[in-house]
Design a protein around this ligand. Structure first.
Ligand SMILES: [Zn+2]
Length: 352
């Protein structure tokens, strides 16, 4: 069969079809819920992506916005024959008109049966936030430190912020009252294991126990050392959840399953970025992204015969999760819980 355009510079090819057949077709459950996907109509970009920014950070080179119709089409391609739904949100950056993006995604979620998180700024009052939460199919909020204020020279101006700087108490109070969902990308270069992150998350869990708190990307644990120094701190908090989006390391998935158990982990892709082709390797506390497109960040190219076998990063993430589930000897029920059941259960608590 021929290649078909997927997203950005990526095609869906016979290599991907074969990878799906060989590794995923008989393993990925019939129902898939992607608990972490970015859907943002490209027309709402208000600050241009520049060459300088593309050179700064690898995600800037691959994170072209994907609109709802395209996102829907891509999911049908990459999950053939699956019953699919998702929790979608826009790009949490002031380089997009976040109000227009929220409003347009609202219409798309109602049309497609998806759910969404409102992208909210910390400056918003509880009333402003309530107007978002009042809309159907809105489960809660996506917050992010880059929404504190915009700096055109760096995305990391607020990296070392406190969680409460971008998820303030007046919003937490309302979210707790509404039993709403919060997907939290933790700040700080040290990631989830930073003592202040551990302390602040515990504070949120104690003061706002009705919030469905989901820590994104297993706490940004993209390497095993980051997972080892963070996840065990939260082993005993049964009511704290994690999405496993953007994690390609099988050892991290294995540790998360061991420490948190399969009922606290939600499948997520972090698409559209993970339609990228290639693979990731790890060196201690850092990772290297290899791909077959001449991006600036792609400095460690592999031989052409290796690149020719590259598949999508999201497929590599699924294979890593599959390996971890096999090592942990997870039941089909547990696997189905990760892919859909856990999210459905939590949605039920938000919408009750
Ligand atoms: Zn994300």
């Amino acid at each position: 069969m021929s290649s078909i355009p997927l997203y950005h510079v990526w095609q869906y090819t016979d290599v991907d079809r074969q990878f799906w057949q060989e590794h995923l077709e008989s393993w990925v459950p019939a129902r898939i819920f992607d608990a972490h996907t970015h859907v943002n109509e490209p027309r709402y970009r208000v600050v241009e992506m520049t060459e300088e920014k593309r050179r700064q950070y690898w995600v800037n080179e691959v994170a072209e916005p994907i609109g709802a119709a395209d996102a829907d089409r891509c999911y049908q391609v990459v999950f053939p024959g699956r019953d699919f739904s998702c929790l979608a949100f826009g790009h949490p950056t002031l380089e997009f008109d976040i109000e227009a993006s929220n409003a347009s995604l609202q219409i798309e979620c109602e049309r497609r049966g998806w759910y969404r998180l409102a992208v909210v700024r910390p400056q918003w009052s509880a009333d402003r936030l309530a107007r978002e939460l009042d809309q159907p199919r809105v489960l809660g909020v996506k917050v992010y430190y880059a929404l504190i204020s915009h700096d055109p020279t760096t995305r990391d101006k607020h990296l070392e912020a406190s969680i409460f700087d971008f998820l303030p108490h007046q919003q937490l109070e309302l979210l707790n009252e509404r039993r709403a969902w919060v997907t939290l990308h933790v700040p700080r270069a040290a990631r989830l294991g930073h003592p202040d992150n551990i302390h602040e998350i515990r504070q949120i869990r104690e003061r706002y126990p009705n919030i469905v708190l989901v820590i994104a990307h297993l706490g940004r644990s993209y390497t095993l050392p980051h997972a080892e120094e963070s996840l065990p701190h939260f082993a005993d908090d049964e009511g704290l959840y994690f999405d496993n989006s953007a994690v390609l390391n099988p050892d991290v998935h294995r540790l998360a399953l061991e420490v948190l158990g399969p009922r606290r982990i939600l499948y997520g892709t972090d698409n559209p970025v993970f339609y990228m082709r290639g693979r990731r390797t790890w060196r201690g506390r850092s990772y290297i992204n290899h791909t077959n497109y001449p991006f600036h960040f792609n400095r460690e190219r592999e031989p052409p015969e290796v690149e020719a076998q590259y598949t999508l990063y999201m497929y590599e993430a699924l294979r890593a999760l599959k390996q971890a589930c096999a090592i942990r000897k997870l039941s089909r029920e547990d696997i189905e819980a990760i892919f859909c059941g856990n999210a459905q259960r939590l949605i039920g608590t938000v919408l009750q």
